[in-house]
Write a protein that binds this ligand. Structure first.
Ligand code: FAD
Length: 434
């Protein structure tokens, strides 16, 4: 089954703008049959990267089914490219996407509301204002919630003062305003979370792009990374870029050298490490809290002790309840990272799975893919790409497919990868919301 996709082939696809849409198959034995009637209602909770994709592709693969998407926000702001906004070279509004195409072009029923409970036995979703929605199949894609019970010294009420900017839209705006108000010579502290969390390279791209902004506007300032971890995604590539572009403007302290934040003082704007003996004052503090599956997944008993949702690694059906599927950041998905691209691929896979299952046909088993572009500066891009397949109950990376940008690449290649990044963004958001 495994379609091997080499890094060269992958980058060619990305360069032509097809990367997001073309790799996961758009047609197969699960696709639409003329005149077919499938008498089923699928409810999707959460209209982000995973849920909106699943809703759209369900209507593509099985147009006869009724698909209802429950999402409180009328406009979804991507986290991806949010760091570009923090760097000062992308408008926040350009990261917002509405649901008009899903409704008008694809026939998805959109309910702007919040799911408040799930009854897997009675097969119903309770909503805040639209009563109870019964389903034949349910897809749950609520993203993450923050594990504030594991944070000492701050809670959700403090996020206007110490913003996380780890959910799209307004949280990014708060951080951007604080960066704009910073005086030259100030310190910005970025605290990445412990694994697992959404977007493993995100905090390190953020440190780079905040430094980029500061270098232009407030060059005596500094970025300090206080990290519970000792290693991180694309580490050598990031550190090479940080040093080449920003010199000693960026300092990163790993957990084993006392970097792990242990307590926060919101009023004094300080992070305490090393058993509380070291206080790090920050003029701006971006504390990214530890994470777990979105609240509705916790309430609906879809999670295990890890706080994430165990699922069948071939179908994404919940291990805990039948006919309930969990995709995106909330799910435990083997070697796949928690990313928008992964959520988008899982949305297609689960749509094909449900369409096949409703027809009583064999379930699909196609490879999935993830690419993550990070910008160290607007003209310095680095990439990690992976292709994944289902093997003996696990999701594993396909040997020899995907890979990292080479460490010894010249400046032209960094520029080229930086040019691909906006193309990836346009392609994937069109695939989800277009
Ligand atoms: P989300 O996209 O968060 O969607 C969840 C949706 O569920 C939300 O719209 C929410 O309103 C809704 N919801 C929650 N609870 C309920 C409820 N009870 N009822 C109804 N709806 C509900 N990924 C990449 O692939 N590439 C990148 O370059 C990249 N960069 C990133 C940079 C940053 C700074 C960050 C923070 C993330 C980045 N990501 C990137 C990761 C990406 O944003 C997430 O992995 C992705 O959005 C996960 O999709 P999801 O559908 O699981 O969750």
């Amino acid at each position: 089954m495994s379609a091997k996709i080499t890094r060269r082939h992958f980058l060619q696809l990305s360069a032509t703008g097809l990367g997001a849409a073309a790799i996961a198959p758009l047609a197969g034995p699960w696709t639409a049959r003329a005149g077919e009637r499938l008498d089923a209602r699928i409810v999707v909770v959460g209209g982000g990267s995973g849920g909106a994709t699943a809703a759209k592709y369900l209507k593509h693969y099985a147009p006869g089914v009724r698909v209802t998407l429950v999402e409180p926000q009328e406009r979804y702001y991507t986290c991806y490219a949010g760091n570009w906004y923090l760097g000062g070279f992308r408008e926040l509004e350009s990261l917002g996407h509405g649901y008009g195409n899903l409704r008008d072009r694809h026939g998805v029923e959109i309910i702007h509301d919040r799911a408040t409970a799930i009854d897997p036995t009675g097969k119903a979703v309770e909503t805040r204002e639209n009563g109870s929605l019964t389903y034949d199949r349910l897809i749950v894609a609520p993203g993450i919630e923050f594990a504030w019970d594991r944070v000492e010294g701050m809670g959700p009420e403090d996020t206007e003062t110490i913003p996380h900017a780890w959910e799209g839209g307004r949280p990014f705006e708060i951080l951007r305003h604080q960066l704009k108000d910073l005086e030259d010579g100030g310190t910005v502290i970025v605290c990445p979370p412990d694994e697992p969390y959404r977007c493993p390279p995100g905090p390190y791209e953020r440190m780079a792009l905040i430094a980029y902004y500061l270098q232009q506007e407030k060059p005596r300032s500094k970025v300090l990374g206080l990290d519970p971890k000792d290693t991180f995604s694309k580490q050598s590539l990031f550190q090479q870029g940080w040093e080449a572009l920003y010199g000693d403007m960026i300092e990163w302290i790993p957990g084993s050298e006392g970097g792990a934040p242990e307590r926060i003082s919101v009023t004094d704007r300080k992070i305490f490490t090393d058993g509380g003996t070291q206080a790090h004052p920050g003029d701006v503090i971006n504390f990214i809290p530890p994470q777990r599956a979105g609240a509705i997944a916790q309430q609906a008993d879809l999670t295990d002790d890890s706080g994430w949702c165990p699922v069948n690694q071939k179908t994404f059906e919940s291990d805990r309840y039948s006919d309930v599927y969990v995709i995106g950041d909330a799910a435990v998905a083997g070697a796949m990272p928690k990313s928008g691209h992964a959520a988008n691929n899982q949305g297609k896979l689960v749509a094909a799975t449900i369409a096949s299952d409703l027809r009583g046909e064999s379930l699909p088993d196609f490879p999935t893919v993830n690419t993550c572009y990070s910008l160290v500066a607007p003209d310095w891009g680095i990439t990690v790409a992976g292709v994944y397949e289902h093997q003996e109950g696990d999701i594993v990376g396909v040997d020899g497919a995907g890979g990292l940008s080479p460490l010894d690449a010249d400046r032209d290649q960094r520029e080229l990868e930086a040019m691909y990044a906006p193309g990836w963004y346009e392609s994937i958001t069109d695939d989800i919301f277009g």
